[in-house]
Write a protein that binds this ligand. Structure first.
Ligand code: GAR
Length: 207
């Protein structure tokens, strides 16, 4: 059984997309071992509980510094012996130490076509506001491996979404989720669990 840990900070619709894909058989032979949040009372935790998935809250502010927080997170995730860690709306930037502890085992979903509107400061609705302010006609979502530089790791999958003239950041976020994120995140998990991709010189190639 392929063991997945999902890290969340909010509503958890991407977590739900993974749960649904396992429940309906799109993702086979996989289990979400744990859902870890850096915040109490987020709806993602309810989604996990509703599906009998173990949850854990580990908060940065409960530690003297971010390094100690990350060490606790690493220790917990190592104990779970995971095959894959999915950052699904997880709003903490992880250090080199964290990333190196799970080499090529961490993926992230980002709500734009990387390298547009990504990196530090671009998260959640800010990404969609950036796209609207720039007037791009096409945006979308990207699933990528996580490396020490924010949103700069090898790209696994991308899907485009057309921007409408009357879009607000909220309507655009909703369509990017529905038309791109919830589709490519389960697909990317399948590519990894079925060993259909490899990383060559920082580029993801099909095997
Ligand atoms: C999603 O749009 C995800 O792509 C984004 O946060 C949202 C979380 O929603 N992530 C980032 O911006 C990471 N830089 P969710 O909690 O409903 O999955």
């Amino acid at each position: 059984m392929f063991k997945i840990g999902v890290l969340v900070s909010g509503g958890g619709t991407n977590l739900q997309a993974i749960i649904n894909s396992i429940n309906n058989g799109f993702i086979k032979n996989a289990k979400i071992e744990t859902v870890v949040s850096n915040k109490d009372n987020v709806f993602a935790l309810e989604r996990a509980k509703n599906n009998n998935i173990e949850t854990k809250v580990i908060k940065v502010k409960d530690f003297d510094n971010k390094q100690l927080y990350e060490q606790a997170l690493i220790k917990y995730l190592k104990e779970k012996d995971l095959d894959l860690i999915v950052l699904a709306g997880f709003m903490v930037i992880l250090s080199k130490e964290f990333v190196n502890s799970f080499e090529n085992k961490i993926i992230n979903i980002h709500p734009s076509l990387i390298p547009a509107f990504c990196g530090e400061g671009y998260y959640g609705l800010k990404v969609h506001q950036g796209a609207l302010d720039r007037g791009v006609k096409i945006t979308g979502a990207t699933v990528h491996f996580v490396t020490e530089e924010a949103d700069a790791g090898p790209i696994i999958l991308q899907k485009e979404v057309f921007v409408k003239d009357d879009d607000t950041k909220e309507t655009l976020q909703k369509r990017v989720m529905e038309e791109a994120e919830w589709i490519i995140l389960p697909q990317a998990i399948n590519l990894i669990l079925n060993k259909q991709i490899k990383i060559v010189d920082n580029i993801v190639r099909r095997i």
